[in-house]
Design a protein around this ligand. Structure first.
Ligand SMILES: CC(C)(COP(=O)(O)OP(=O)(O)OC[C@H]1O[C@@H](n2cnc3c(N)ncnc32)[C@H](O)[C@@H]1OP(=O)(O)O)[C@@H](O)C(=O)NCCC(=O)NCCS
Length: 154
């Protein structure tokens, strides 16, 4: 089992080389691996939380969380990935668990809304997300919006 060290930071608190590592992985996964020409770097990067999961010196997994009132009224996880070499070891699960704990701590009482790739419906359901609405295409990839009610509201 790979031991992870988590780094939760705003852009201004990330070293350039840490953001570079995250961007490199985002490009590797979402542009190259998924064969999708899309605008990955965007304005949300400047005002969201970045969650980096390090395995020694390697960035093994990553996601970002946009603030409430930014992309959606609720905080929103996005750009969720595990580096190809680290898949299938439970790191995605650890990453989501850490991120949702951070969200619940940062924005107590807030739900979380995501635009999920449809093939991962069950993965996100296992964290309490429920699909809302119909499937839609985003950058030609089937997506579905999902909402996880706040743990405090349950
Ligand atoms: C999705 C992703 C983050 C999972 O990472 P991972 O570290 O391999 O995941 P884990 O080992 O923690 O697996 C957890 C669960 O994820 C689900 N899962 C993982 N890969 C999957 C796949 N290719 N298809 C469907 N479900 C998958 C399974 O439910 C798995 O549970 P199981 O092992 O009990 O079957 C990784 O496959 C990835 O980076 N994919 C490409 C990027 C992407 O599509 N991101 C999502 C954008 S919405």
């Amino acid at each position: 089992m790979t031991a992870l060290r988590f780094q939760w930071a705003r852009m201004d608190d990330l070293r350039a080389r840490d953001f570079h590592a995250a961007k490199l992985l985002r490009d590797t996964v979402f542009v190259v691996e998924q064969n999708c020409v899309y605008q990955d770097t965007d304005a949300y990067d400047l005002q969201c939380w970045h969650l980096l999961a390090w395995a020694g010196d390697d960035l093994a997994a990553y996601l970002r969380v946009t603030d409430p009132g930014s992309k959606y009224p609720e905080p929103s996880l996005g750009r969720v990935l595990t580096a190809p070499a680290f898949r299938g070891q439970g790191l995605g699960q650890e990453l989501l668990t850490e991120a949702l704990q951070r969200c619940d701590h940062t924005w107590p009482g807030q739900a979380n809304r995501i635009s999920a790739q449809q093939y991962l419906l069950k993965f996100y359901q296992s964290f309490g997300f429920a699909p809302i609405g119909e499937m839609y295409l985003e950058d030609d990839i089937p997506h579905i919006e999902m909402l996880r009610p706040s743990v405090l509201q349950k």
